[in-house]
Design a binder for this molecule. Structure first.
Ligand code: KIV
Ligand code: ZN
Length: 391
């Protein structure tokens, strides 16, 4: 892997599936996994095998199906979890066990009623045990975002000694500022013995709307894997959105960071995940929302019709959207109306446009959005209709 390559670890089927009210069956998971593999993600976290027989079966079937990506199963630092995950991923071409434990004071004191030394031992033992089944073992320090950096570095060092290949630094509660999260990565790179042997991974939650920003700050500071979900779905406010981080890296080439993702597939897979999960994507969602490439104010429409780049930084085709949309509302101007009228077969002169536009405004004040049928009606009921069709 070149140093500018960022691995994309997709956890739509594990962390993403933890969305309240969402349950995918094995068949739906297989369809999504196949598309994720075709999309070019590097790792697919297929589930948490010990959690239920259904999840075990899904992970096992995904392991058999996936051709290119690494298939990963989640575990706690518990031997039985690790044994079950190893069994579930045994058919994978590239299997990975993802094991770990909470490292913040909050987790150590309240969740485990334990102490730092005991947690450190458990982390070491879990990685060591996972290594007896597979070569590729990722360790997560849950709630790393709120873990003291000095202690976090000691836990990471223990995981590396036990054989971890990837260290996941989750901001489990979405607490960190981008500068803090970036500094955490930098601190680990500078203070953990053996860090050069492993890949550092960002796993950020969106409780403060900072998941994407934190992940980007993480890779700027040396991480080389981002854990994310399609449409940013996940527990509470969700995870880092895959389509956002991938497009940020693509749109900012001077960062010299790239992924293997085929970006033209992003819109299609976003729709697939949204439909399968029954979770609708907000219209203003970056990259894949219905309005991400729609222009409705007159000033913006005029600019986009003259040159798309005046108000768009991404070519919609680059993410699988056929074209930018010029939406007609009462805020639209003549340029947008002329453009849409032309698309449905009417080439209007300037004078004809003045007349049709007056009619359009009366329609648009009554209706939120004007569609192609309305355009026909507006033109047919305008004073200059006969002149337009006889031209
Ligand atoms: O958010 C988190 O800490 C997680 C871990 C289980 C990786 O999802
Ligand atoms: Zn998570």
């Amino acid at each position: 892997m070149s140093n500018s390559q960022v691995q994309i670890f997709d956890t739509t089927l594990r962390d993403g599936e933890q969305v309240p009210g969402c349950k995918l069956n094995t068949e739906q998971k297989l369809i999504i996994a196949e598309q994720l593999d075709a999309l070019g993600v590097d790792v697919i976290e297929a589930g948490f095998p010990v959690s239920s027989p259904g999840d075990f079966k899904s992970v096992e079937e995904i392991s058999k199906l996936v051709k290119n990506a690494t298939v990963c199963g989640l575990t706690r630092s518990v031997e039985n979890d690790i044994r079950v995950a190893a069994e579930a991923i045994k058919y994978a071409k590239k299997p990975r066990i993802h094991t770990g434990i909470g490292t913040s004071d909050s987790h150590i004191i309240h969740k485990f009623k334990s102490n730092q030394e005991d947690i450190l031992q458990r982390a070491f033992a879990a990685v060591k045990y996972a290594k007896s089944f597979v070569e590729d073992v990722e360790f997560y320090a849950e709630d790393a975002g709120r873990t003291d950096n000095n202690y976090l570095a000691r836990v990471c060092e223990a995981a590396i000694k036990a054989g971890a290949t990837v260290l996941n630094i989750p901001d489990t509660t979405g607490y960190c500022l981008p500068s803090e999260y970036g500094a955490k990565m930098k601190y680990l790179r500078e203070n953990v013995k053996g860090i050069e042997k492993v890949i550092l991974s960002c796993h950020c939650h969106n409780d403060l709307g900072l998941a994407t920003a934190n992940s980007i700050e993480g890779v700027i500071n040396g991480a080389r894997q981002i854990e994310c979900t399609i449409n940013g779905i996940g527990e509470r406010a969700g995870n880092t959105a895959l389509e956002e981080v991938v497009m940020i890296l693509k749109q900012h080439p001077y960062l010299n960071l790239d992924t293997n993702v085929k970006t033209e597939m992003l819109y299609g897979i976003s729709q697939l995940v949204s439909d399968s999960m029954g979770i609708y994507t907000q219209p203003n969602k970056a990259i894949v929302g219905a309005n991400a490439f729609a222009h409705s104010s007159g000033i913006h429409q005029d600019g986009v019709i003259k040159n798309r780049e005046t108000y768009e930084i991404i070519d919609p085709k680059a993410v699988g959207v056929t074209e930018s949309a010029i939406v007609l509302t009462a805020r639209s101007g003549r340029a947008a109306l002329a453009y849409r009228a032309k698309n449905v077969g009417y080439e209007l002169t300037k004078l004809q446009l003045d007349d049709v536009y007056a009619n359009f405004l009366t329609f648009a004040d009554r209706k939120k959005e004007i569609n192609d049928n309305d355009i026909h009606q507006i033109i047919e009921t305008s004073r200059v209709y006969r002149e337009i069709i006889s031209a």
